[in-house]
Design a binder for this molecule. Structure first.
Ligand code: SF4
Length: 469
């Protein structure tokens, strides 16, 4: 297998290495770019990256996008810098709060699902070669493409290698936890883990906190570094500020037409899963709030009217940002957020080490997927969260998409759809396809299906949403 990896994928062809190189373009972009400059840039970019940049660089969001792209670049820089300076890099899944890693002077987090997404949006071939590589090794195709694309690259042993893996998917997603465990064993690097208790009673929560404190001790032992309280406080204060801004942005979604651009849903969790707890995260969250307020005040909206307000119940599609987020917005279909925005951030009490760690443990317990798929009944908890969010944001429809192999959500999707209709009269469109792999269902087919759903179901509803329940 090693020989195969060396022949087929060379170091400069690894996903992280390629994404890092291609993102170096971000450092060269000026703060303000004219339409002409943006157009000029498109001519020199590879087509996949050009498509993504076109979506992010539409004039109405350009300023915020540049800030976000810089944050992503600094996050990638941080991992490379860590390797140069002897810090340790932890590979974490998206539902592990990265601020816990940022609390350590000697550690840096990289997130498998974010890396897969960066590969899909920026690289020629959209990361499919890494998925194929993993399948070629005999890994099952019911693996989660969200992480398997990046893990497939790591398995080639020719890419950037983390120093350890932290997994907190035990008891919330079997395939995610197994994938990360397999990677750690295969690369022969430590696996640190945090198990979710399915029991959400007081006893279960106490037990979860115990596991969390144990994980922090394991991190301290591995890094040879005791957490410094002052450094933690700084991280916690940044996280608290970002959380306040999260809720401000959430509230801005309640206006109709929605003043929050569709792609901010993705930007929000892009920030949450990478740099939460840093000043960069606060800056990007603030920029999104400011722009949305300005759009509200000036009545700006990119379509003639808002014709549908959709809440996506799990993930969105990432292989064509313009084809999904911007296309919807320009057709008056608001994307109010998706399951990955169900972050429910809370203020952490900065009084002591104990209070800060307890606050972070509670945040970890409520992260998306952990909270829903790791509940004692995944369909009930998922439904409760979606019905609450759709009521709060005044959604008039829901859309489910995931990926072909997400057994967790597929097993509950139709139950959630039926109950959502019964409780709140909100129809759900269930889409086939894969969020990260375009060859499953092309974006044009998805657009047609969404269009038909909006015209034939959402616009023709007899009773308004929330008539019952
Ligand atoms: S629940 Fe689904 S989307 Fe989440 S990690 Fe597991 S397989 Fe992937």
């Amino acid at each position: 297998m090693t020989a195969m990896a060396q022949v087929e994928i060379r170091p400069y062809e690894g996903l992280i290495n390629r994404v890092y190189e291609i993102f170096s373009i971000v450092d060269k972009l000026p703060d303000k770019m004219s339409d002409l400059e943006v157009e000029g840039m498109m001519h020199v970019l590879p087509s996949e990256l050009a498509g993504t940049m076109r979506a992010f660089m539409v004039p109405r969001i350009r300023g915020v996008s540049l800030k976000f792209l810089r944050l992503v670049k600094r996050w990638l820089d941080g991992a490379h810098e860590a390797k140069r300076t002897g810090k340790k890099v932890f590979l974490v899944p998206f539902n592990f709060p990265p601020e816990i890693v940022h609390c350590f002077e000697g550690a840096w987090p990289i997130t498998s699902e974010v890396l897969s997404t960066l590969g899909v949006v920026a690289l020629e071939g959209q990361g499919e070669r890494y998925w194929d590589y993993a399948m070629g090794l005999g890994l099952p195709d019911f693996a989660c493409s969200a992480n398997m694309i990046e893990v497939g690259s790591a398995l080639t042993e020719s890419d950037f290698i983390p120093d350890a893996v932290i997994s907190d998917c035990f008891a919330s997603c079997d395939i995610n936890s197994k994938t990360h465990e397999f990677l750690a064993r295969y690369l022969d690097i430590p696996l640190l883990f945090l198990e979710k208790t399915v029991d959400n009673s007081e006893r279960g929560v106490r037990q979860y906190y115990k596991y969390f404190f144990r994980l922090v001790e394991d991190m301290e032992d591995f890094l040879g570094e005791k957490l410094d309280e002052e450094r933690m406080r700084m991280v916690v204060e940044n996280a608290n500020r970002a959380s306040e801004l999260f809720w401000e942005l959430w509230d801005m979604h309640k206006f109709s037409p929605c003043p929050v651009p569709n792609v901010f849903s993705l930007v929000t969790y892009g920030v949450r899963y990478t740099m939460w707890g840093t000043e960069d995260a606060v800056e990007v969250m603030q920029a999104m709030v400011d722009l949305s307020k300005e759009r509200l005040a000036r009545g700006l909206y990119p379509a003639e009217a808002e014709v549908a307000r959709s809440l996506w119940t799990y993930t969105s599609y990432y292989f064509d940002m313009g084809g999904l987020f911007n296309w919807m917005e320009e057709n008056g279909i608001t994307h109010l957020g998706d399951g990955l925005d169900l972050i429910f951030p809370q203020a952490i009490d900065p009084t002591s080490r104990e209070s800060m760690l307890t606050g972070m443990a509670e945040i970890a317990r409520n992260m998306p997927m952990t909270r829903q798929m790791g509940a004692s009944s995944m369909s009930v908890q998922w439904l409760d969260d979606i019905s609450w969010a759709s009521r709060e944001l005044d959604a008039d429809c829901c859309i489910y998409c995931g990926h072909h192999s997400c057994k967790q959500t597929w097993s509950g999707a139709s139950v959630v759809r039926a109950e959502l209709m019964k409780r709140s009269r909100i129809p759900t469109l269930i889409l086939q396809g894969d969020s990260w792999i375009k060859r499953m269902t092309p974006i044009t087919v998805l657009q047609e299906t969404i269009d038909e759903f909006v015209n034939n179901v959402v616009k023709r509803r007899e009773a308004p949403a929330r008539a019952i329940g």
